[in-house]
Design a protein around this ligand. Sequence first.
Ligand code: HEC
Ligand code: HEC
Length: 222
Amino acid sequence: MAKDYKFEVGEKIYHQTCITCHGESGVTSEDLNFVVRPRNLSKTILTQEQTYEVIKEGGHYWGSYSDMMPAFKYVYDEYQLRAVAYYISLKFNKGLEKKAEELYAHSDKISKKQEPKMLKRGKKIYNRNCRWCHGLNAKGDGEATRNPDKSIFPYDLTRTLLTNKQMFLYAKYGGKFWGTDKDDMPSWSKKYDDFTLKSVIKYIDVTFRKDKKIKIKSNFKP
Ligand code: HEC
Ligand code: HEC
């Protein structure tokens, strides 16, 4: 087999820098004691392009409440950053982008008749459920973050790099499904149908994701 130079560059960096937190196979060691545990990279919902963005700018830039996932743009050049993302995609989560597309394709479609009802429904459900953690303005600072243990770390959804489709899949299946260690972001599919969850995401997008710069930047192909 021909040598894949980019893969090797990525592998080397991964072993030097990422393995301490994300583990040999993309999974964190049980022994490590983190407040926010590193994601299981073999389950990530992120595309290779989005993975590159998170490695470059760090987790906090894209809405993570914590500062645990550092920005590596000060450490590595453009080629190296892309090489690690490439390595992760090939090594740990090959085919996962396609799986996400398929899950979405099998979700209920929104009919023309349902469309006008979405924002009202979305607002109601957001305020009833999501606000408690994600906050009044979706900044990730809901009441739940002020619990005495400070153990909940929601995302600032105004900064997320997820597309609407991905946000829907994240809410439908929950954080654990997509590689988080804790189950703080539950799967909402037992409680709500696809129409309701798509409505919530539409409401979040229209109401809180006004910063077009971040939005356009994150509007990658699937
Ligand atoms: C100090 C520990 C630490 C190091 C070192 C580290 N990470 Fe992370 N990483 C984290 C944590 C913690 C998260 C989850 C942040 C959150 O959800 O709030 C994360 C999240 C990520 C994500 C997002 C995954 C997803 O599904 O959202 C990617 C991609 C990632 N890391 C890649 C890397 C790469 C590549 C490196 C090495 C260049 C690296 N990380 C080094 C701790 C670390
Ligand atoms: C009990 C607290 C809690 C509630 C309630 C909650 N979330 Fe979350 N959410 C989280 C946490 C914590 C995360 C961070 C990642 C993780 O742990 O999965 C998160 C992450 C997310 C993400 C991923 C953002 C990203 O960039 O990776 C989306 C999308 C999301 N939540 C949507 C929702 C929606 C929609 C609702 C309401 C139906 C909701 N959440 C209710 C705690 C919550």
